[in-house]
Design a protein around this ligand. Structure first.
Ligand SMILES: Cc1cc2nc3c(=O)[nH]c(=O)nc-3n(C[C@H](O)[C@H](O)[C@H](O)COP(=O)(O)OP(=O)(O)OC[C@H]3O[C@@H](n4cnc5c(N)ncnc54)[C@H](O)[C@@H]3O)c2cc1C
Ligand SMILES: Cc1ncc(C[n+]2csc(CCOP(=O)(O)OP(=O)(O)O)c2C)c(N)n1
Ligand SMILES: [Mg+2]
Length: 583
């Protein structure tokens, strides 16, 4: 059987180590599907029910494996559906290749069916974006697409007209497209800053008295180097959300998260610090960072463009976090004054007690914190946890404590809903033996819930824990606390998710009583997956910021006064939480 242009594409992907492609077939990519069918023993095609999930899966796959994530969608609507997941990859810096179909090459731009010029549509999301012009174009384009996504940590896109997909390989090349002139390397630099910058950074850090280390996603994999620096500098490690797994939560150096869903000790440390060492972070909430001029700044960052992006640092160390810390720490002297770190540690002890109080609440309706705490108890050292956007992210950030070896993520800078389930599926596909949990809200889950059927199809034993408050909880609170308005448009029609699990051929559990929550989760985690646990919780439980500002309290009062539905219950719940913190 003669080779087609699509076969060349799949061969190149194989050369780049691609073993999984997430997608949904359509008449605009049937040539590529045939090439995949022929290579089914080498490259697994994972079918989705909505292309958005394929793009999220590709992003999740990249996040959890460090490898290229690949998604495939048909021309027109299929390609358009990918966009949200691709933006997630772009904004969280993940290497993802999207392959889409296009109409017949000589009908593009003629109002033919599905005539969407996807390369134009993807111009903003993709760092590399090419339309295949013929079989002899495929090899070069495919290599560059893989290389760009991996080396520039972003999205590449290849759009392939449907007739060219089936065209015979090996046609006439143009006279300048001479075979063998391009190498297929994935080259790397040393990813290390220069010595002058290192010395200047060490000077600033050695001179600091109250130093905070802000360690984000780019510091994952550098836990022992971060702890070593923290020990030398007597500095607490504060973790932006995507850096949740940068150091485990039982590390004596960390004060956990920062920002609205962060901890009070993190905020206290940031507000008091005189020196800030940022490592692999582009944490976006400037209002939670030290005020400009308050602290001297040093930043370790792979991407030179991002040095000084969020805080006016004096030195930028352009390099990989781990390698740069290895070069920097021998130049740091041990700070004998441990009081700043000790204060943060004492703060954490208190903070944990308050959090434990909330998570032990016997109230009915059940508090979401109870569910998070019970999930936390059941997580193994090898767990991979995918979370979603919503108040759910607060419970995950504060009550699910990272253990050494675990991986955790959510859609960070795009902050999209609906990524939780696809991320978890991609994780389980990449690591069949690991424990994988999707910890999601009812709103986010229901956006792409059809994908759960594919957990059954592909025998993915994931545990989906749905914290069900029958509302778009986070938005409800934002409307009240940030704008002072009554909630509007946030209630969700309840769905019986346990029955839905059974309808898909899986097991479903429901729990609404905090006394039974641990037992039901025990059972669910012991049942061969996939499993859905729907935990019905108090819709009025607020995701409290680490410290309530006067403005937030005023807006909240205004919202209640303007006639927020259920305002008495809301006021009582917030008050009860405050009391719990005080006693
Ligand atoms: C509902 C919701 C609420 C949220 N609330 C909060 C909140 O309260 N607090 C919070 O922290 N976040 C919150 N987020 C997430 C937030 O939007 C950001 O995504 C997050 O703070 C960014 O974390 P980061 O700095 O670790 O990652 P990024 O912003 O992705 O930054 C990582 C940086 O590391 C660099 N890098 C990558 N690899 C390396 C390497 N090897 N060496 C050196 N540098 C490297 C990258 O170039 C990048 O600049 C929320 C998200 C959601 C969905
Ligand atoms: C795709 C998308 N649409 C809308 C939003 C805005 N948004 C952020 S959180 C949220 C509510 C999430 O609801 P749910 O999943 O039920 O979680 P909860 O807040 O109730 O815990 C919404 C609508 C978003 N981030 N992403
Ligand atoms: Mg909800």
């Amino acid at each position: 059987m003669s080779q087609t242009a699509s076969d060349i594409l799949i061969d190149v992907l194989q050369e780049w180590g691609v073993d999984t492609i997430f997608g949904l077939p359509g008449d605009g990519i049937n040539g590529i599907m045939e090439a995949l069918r022929k290579k089914a023993d080498a490259i697994r095609f994972v079918q989705v029910r909505h292309e958005e999930a394929a793009a999220f899966m590709a992003c999740g796959y990249a996040k959890f494996t460090g490898r290229l994530g690949v998604c495939l969608a048909t021309s027109g609507p299929g390609g358009i559906h990918l966009l949200n997941g691709l933006y997630d990859a772009k904004l969280d810096g993940q290497p993802v290749l999207a392959i889409t179909g296009m109409p017949y090459h000589d009908l593009i731009g003629t109002h033919t069916q599905q005539d969407v010029e996807l390369d134009k549509l993807f111009m903003d999301v993709a760092k590399y974006n090419a339309r295949v012009m013929g079989p002899t174009h495929v090899e070069n384009v495919a290599h560059l697409a893989c290389r760009t996504a991996l080396l520039y940590r972003g999205v590449s896109h290849i759009s392939f007209p449907v007739d060219l997909q089936e065209a015979a390989a090996g046609g006439q090349r143009s006279k300048r497209n001479i075979k063998g002139h391009m190498s297929e390397l994935e080259p790397h630099s040393a990813r290390l800053p220069n010595d002058t910058d290192l010395a200047q950074a060490a000077d600033i850090l050695n001179g600091g008295k109250k130093i905070v280390i802000l360690a984000g996603r780019g510091a994952i994999g550098a836990a022992s180097e971060l702890e070593q620096a923290a020990e030398l500098l007597g500095a607490p490690i504060v973790k932006p959300l995507l850096g949740k797994a940068a150091v485990p939560d039982d590390s004596p150096y960390t004060t956990g998260g920062i920002g609205l869903l962060g901890t009070r000790p993190s905020q206290d440390a940031i507000e008091a610090c005189d020196t800030l060492l940022m490592v692999g972070t582009s944490f976006p909430y400037l209002e939670f960072l030290p005020k400009p001029g308050q602290a001297r700044g040093v930043q370790i960052e792979l991407d030179p463009i991002r040095i000084g992006l969020r805080y006016p640092v004096e030195v930028g160390l352009v390099g990989d976090s781990r390698r740069t810390l290895q070069a920097l720490t021998p130049m740091l002297r041990r700070h004998d004054d441990r009081s700043f770190l000790e204060k943060a540690q004492q703060g954490m002890e208190k903070w944990r007690k308050v959090m434990d109080e909330h998570a032990a609440a016997p109230d009915v309706p059940m508090k979401p914190q109870v569910v998070a705490k019970e999930v936390n108890r059941l997580l193994r050292d090898d767990a991979i946890v995918a979370c979603d956007s919503g108040t759910i992210a607060t419970w995950w950030a504060r009550y699910i404590h990272v253990k050494r070896g675990q991986m955790h993520s959510l859609s960070g800078t795009l902050a999209s809903m609906a990524n939780g389930l696809p991320y978890a599926m991609a994780a389980q596909i990449a690591y069949p033996e690991r424990q994988v949990v999707a910890f999601v809200g009812d709103g986010g889950f229901s956006m792409l819930m059809a994908e759960f059927a594919n957990c059954v199809k592909y025998r993915l034993p994931i545990r989906v824990v749905i914290v069900k408050n029958n509302s778009l909880g986070m938005i409800k609170w934002e409307q009240m606390v940030f704008l002072g308005n009554p909630e509007y448009g946030c209630e969700l029609q309840p769905i019986d998710f346990a029955a839905y699990a059974r309808a898909c051929g899986a097991t479903g559990f429901s729990v609404a009583d905090p006394k039974q929550c641990g037992g039901v989760l025990d059972q669910a985690f012991a049942t061969p997956g996939p499993v859905i646990v729907e935990a019905t919780v108090d819709p009025f439980e607020p995701p409290m910021p680490p410290r309530v500002t006067v403005q937030q309290a005023t807006k909240f009062a205004e919202a209640l006064a303007k006639g927020t539905p259920h305002r008495n219950k809301i006021a009582l719940t917030v008050l009860a939480d405050k009391v719990r913190e005080l006693v």
